[in-house]
Structures are given as structure tokens and as C-alpha cells.
Design a protein around this ligand. Structure first.
Ligand code: HEC
Length: 217
């Protein structure tokens, strides 16, 4: 979470600046006005950028097929009861009414039994752990698997620790990890709203068999 630390440091620096400035009484107003101008300029600059990144996002963001199904990318095929992308990552497949593939529905259920205590409901984050709906805007499937399986400990400023437990031996997590991923990816892509899913496809036989084999293995 190097970025998190940087943001934290910047926030701290701004906070300190604010405190110094307050002591100097009358200058407060003009300095903060200057700040607002800088912030505005930065805002305008990032506004200019956002149209560029919206173009880029089309390449990896939600893809809509001819029947109106939304997926995390193009070229998905149905294998073993899951929609799989050419990259080897699974994807959600959601129709225009919000009805989801069974794998993603399963992920919605399992996320809320295994992850939400720390990461907050629907991937929105908590004071304790990051918002996974934001993490998955940039983190790919393979990195996601790595962190969930192996965990991660980060030393926070002030001597604390931020610990993501290693869940690689937990079948209640790992037997459903693809669905947890596609659910969170759908949240990250803005395809899955908060709340209960509008509907789900029937459970594919092969997916049920794979789940049972995984839990028994
Ligand atoms: C006991 C609390 C806890 C549980 C349960 C937990 N996590 Fe975490 N997780 C954390 C913390 C804390 C972090 C932040 C670690 C750090 O500072 O890098 C984290 C980080 C992550 C990250 C990296 C996010 C990023 O932006 O880099 C992923 C991915 C993740 N968790 C997935 C999961 C999933 C999926 C589950 C459920 C199967 C889960 N976690 C369950 C506490 C938890």
C-alpha cells in the first residue's frame, strides 16, 4: 500500500501546513485562496486527463455484447460453468436487468461471509481494510489471488501493522475465490450496484461438481 502511505503523508503535510497557517492569523485567508486556485487548476488538469483515461478504460472496462450482456472484457467463453476471458481470468456476465451468472452470485454470498467483516459490505471498505471495489480497478486477477492466498503485512507509520491474513488453506474462501473476484470486479467496473443482486442464472452442473470436489479434496 505504498500509494496509501503517500496519500497519508500528503494529507499529514497539508494538515500541518493548515496548523502553521492558522497561527499566522490574517494570512490564512489569502493562503487558502491560493490553495483553492491550485486545487482548481489541478482539478481542471485531471478533468482533461479523465477523457483520455475513459478512452483507455474501454479496452479493459465492461464490454457489452450484442445481446446486452456486460462482461469484464471481450472474447469470454463458458468453461466448467464459468465465463473465462482469454487472459485466463474469470469474468462476471450480467444482463441488462442485473441478473447475474451463478459464479458471480456465489461470490456475492461468499464475500459477505468471508471478507466483509474486515473489508466492509459490498466491497466498500472499512476503517480497518481497503475498499476492494477500488483495489480491483487496477489490481488484476492473478495479483488478487496472490494476496488472498499468501496474505500481506504492512507496517504503518507510527509502528502499527495492517494485516491481510493468508487464506490459501481456507476452503470456504479458495473453493469460491473466482466468484468472489468476479463479484468484486463487477463492483469495481460499476456493473454491480449495492444491495442484493436482481437475479441469478441457474447453477451450472459442472460448477456445482467442481465446488463439491474442491470442498471434499
Ligand atoms: C481479518 C481481516 C481481513 C479479512 C477477513 C480479509 N481481509 Fe483482505 N485485507 C485486510 C487488510 C487489513 C488489508 C490491507 C493490508 C495492507 O495494508 O496492505 C487487506 C488487503 C486485501 C487485499 C489487497 C488490497 C489492495 O488494495 O492492495 C485484497 C485483494 C484482499 N485483502 C482480499 C480479501 C478477500 C477476497 C477476503 C475474503 C476472502 C479478505 N481480504 C478477507 C484484512 C482482511
Amino acid at each position: 500500500m505504498a500509494t496509501g502511505h503517500t496519500v497519508f503523508r500528503i494529507a499529514l503535510a497539508i494538515h500541518r501546513l493548515g496548523t502553521d497557517v492558522e497561527k499566522k492569523g490574517k494570512f490564512v485567508k489569502s493562503i487558502w485562496t491560493g490553495f483553492a486556485v491550485i486545487a482548481l487548476a489541478a482539478g481542471v488538469a485531471s478533468f482533461g486527463f479523465s477523457s483520455v483515461s475513459a478512452e483507455d478504460a474501454k479496452q479493459s472496462g465492461p464490454y457489452v455484447d450484442a445481446e446486452g450482456y456486460r462482461m469484464a472484457g471481450e472474447g469470454a467463453t463458458f468453461e466448467g460453468g464459468k465465463w473465462m476471458l482469454p487472459s485466463g481470468a474469470p469474468t462476471y456476465r450480467i444482463d441488462k436487468d442485473g441478473k447475474m451468472d451463478f459464479l458471480t452470485y456465489r461470490g456475492f454470498q461468499r464475500y459477505h461471509s468471508e471478507c466483509h467483516v474486515c473489508h466492509g459490505p459490498e466491497g466498500v471498505g472499512s476503517t480497518y481494510a481497503p475498499a476492494l471495489m477500488d483495489s480491483l480497478k487496477t489490481m488484476d486477477y492473478f495479483d488478487f489471488l496472490g494476496v488472498v492466498a499468501s496474505g500481506r503485512t504492512v507496517h504503518t507509520p507510527g509502528g502499527g501493522e495492517s494485516v491481510m491474513p493468508a487464506l490459501g488453506d481456507n476452503k470456504n474462501v479458495m473453493c469460491y475465490i473466482d466468484g468472489i473476484y468476479t463479484y468484486l470486479k463487477g463492483r469495481a467496473d460499476g456493473v454491480i450496484p449495492r444491495g442484493r443482486p436482481a437475479g441469478k442464472e441457474d447453477k451450472p452442473q459442472e460448477l456445482g461438481d467442481a465446488e463439491n470436489a474442491c470442498l471434499a479434496g
